[in-house]
Design a protein around this ligand. Structure first.
Ligand code: BES
Ligand code: MN
Ligand code: MN
Length: 463
């Protein structure tokens, strides 16, 4: 039953796509201080667009503090539906760095269409998905002159670096975030054409382990044999954190985990998951790893992880240099599942690292950022409205999944604002998030706009 807002969304697809491309051309890489002006430019262009489509009270909210250079939040609202609920629409306009650049088939900040996909850094994570919200709002406002419910929009520019600014803002319970539910489109569909709601995310602690072994770099011939080598100490520490089967050896780490209930596990069993396709096509590895006794979906959704991201330090230049470096570092993170919390997990990791560190070295374990895991109760009217909307647009029943990734603010919405979040995402498993050749399937962009539009209409009648 097409209505005018839907017709508007369909008629304006080519323009919506061109506008998204303009946003994707701004390299809003939040982790790189050199790109701070670009991050701000992205925020300003979104504020201008929110203003243009008829949202009100549009403004940037600064998140810098005396000790931190934060990226701005973008806020807007439309609050003229006194009898309807209030939605809080969240998205992030910052992106991951584009490297390695030479693996992109087209440049990361020159959005390019190929085989029904739009390729660019941020295409799906999260500019393209965030933009679906704006285009659904535009379609409703343009076709009907009003929205079917009250809407607040909050966009952040530092999700990819931990989201400290928005976390502090949410924790202060600002009146700007008063709402009945939140909508986040920053997750994936389980399979092409299969409508999916994400109901659980892992949390994380991101850390740095620094090993110092001497007051300065040393000639490896003059001192080698007697001077401690920080890389061996670091390798020993890292190798002691997990056993061969992938079990984490930090004492107590599994103590607090809340296991998925049998019903949820049975639903995962019924999902169209092909382990060999996952191994060969998505991961591209000879074999998968992980804790024995748990399925792949359990390992990525419901078990904690410990990963090493890089080990900076020492000599890595061209040629040879005979030196024993004075220090070595590892970037190491853990993903947390429901039941675990960031502070306790960091304390356990840090204590264990000190305990297993070789006596000749000094070790520092630093926390860079953290976020709590979350699990969304599914029996609420907004989840029902979401599955109804998806049925109308995709013609299929919705599956409920968790995701192994983290969106720290979703847990904060529940904890600080008591908001249930609907995570309605339209990425695909092969969209290359955080990797070269990130893409967004265009059909998902267009049907995503329609799904969100329908959802807002149905949520306006829910309570
Ligand atoms: N959108 C992702 C998280 C995600 C990916 C959820 C796939 C579901 C499916 C988000 O932008 C992200 O990358 N988050 C970071 C969080 C971190 C930097 C705190 C992550 O998961 O590594
Ligand atoms: Mn994201
Ligand atoms: Mn991301």
């Amino acid at each position: 039953m097409p209505d005018q807002a839907l017709e508007y969304a369909r008629a304006n697809r080519p323009r919506f796509l061109e506008e998204l491309k303009a946003l994707l051309r701004i390299p809003s890489v939040s982790t790189d201080p050199a790109h701070a002006p670009d991050v701000r430019r992205a925020a300003q262009s979104l504020a201008a667009e929110l203003e243009r489509i008829g949202m009100e009270n549009v403004r940037l909210i600064e998140t810098s503090t005396p000790t931190r250079n934060g990226h701005p939040l973008v806020y807007a609202d439309w609050l003229h539906a006194p009898d309807a609920p209030t939605a809080l629409l969240y998205g992030h306009y910052d992106v991951q760095p584009p490297d390695p650049l030479d693996e992109w088939l087209s440049p990361p900040f020159e959005p390019t269409e190929r085989d029904g996909n739009l390729y660019a850094r941020g295409a799906v994570d999260d500019k393209g998905q965030m933009y679906m919200h704006l285009k659904a709002l535009e379609s409703l406002l343009a076709a009907e002159g009003r929205l079917p419910l009250n809407v607040r929009v909050i966009l952040e520019g530092e999700e990819e670096v931990g989201g400290e600014g928005i976390a502090a803002f949410v924790a202060s319970h600002p009146p700007e975030l008063q709402a009945d539910f939140a909508l986040v489109s920053d997750t994936e569909m389980f399979a092409p054409g299969l409508p999916t709601l994400c109901v659980g995310l892992r949390g994380m602690i991101y850390t740095e382990i620094e090993v110092r072994s001497a007051k300065t770099d040393l000639h490896s011939g003059m001192y080698g044999g007697a001077a401690p080598n920080p890389f061996f100490a670091l390798a020993h520490i890292i190798a002691s954190l997990k056993d061969q089967s992938g079990r984490i050896l930090i004492p107590g780490i599994y103590d607090d985990i809340a296991l998925p209930d049998p019903q949820e596990l049975a639903a995962w069993q019924a999902l169209p998951f092909d382990e060999d396709h996952f191994r060969a096509s998505e991961v591209g590895a000879k074999a998968l790893v992980g804790e024995t006794g748990y399925s792949v979906l359990e390992r990525i959704w419901a078990r904690p992880t410990l990963e090493v991201h890089g080990m900076p330090g020492g000599f890595t230049g061209i040629g040879a240099k005979t030196v024993i470096p004075a220090k070595a570092m590892a970037k190491l993170s853990m993903r947390l599942v429901p039941g675990m919390n960031a502070a306790t997990t960091f304390a356990r990791l840090s204590d264990y690292v000190q305990q297993i560190a070789p006596p000749a070295v000094e070790v520092a374990v630093r926390l860079i950022h953290s976020g709590e895991p979350c699990l969304i109760p599914v029996d609420n009217p907004f989840i029902h409205a979401a599955t109804d909307a998806m049925r109308q647009v995709w013609g299929r029943e919705t599956v409920f999944v968790r995701s192994g990734g983290s969106i720290p603010i979703v847990g904060d919405f529940a904890r600080h604002l008591a908001l249930p979040t609907v995570m309605m995402g339209f990425g695909l498993p092969d969209d290359n998030l955080h990797a070269p050749n990130e893409k967004f399937h265009l059909r998902n962009f267009y049907l995503g706009i329609e799904s969100i539009l329908r959802f807002l209409q149905l949520a306006g009648r829910a309570s």
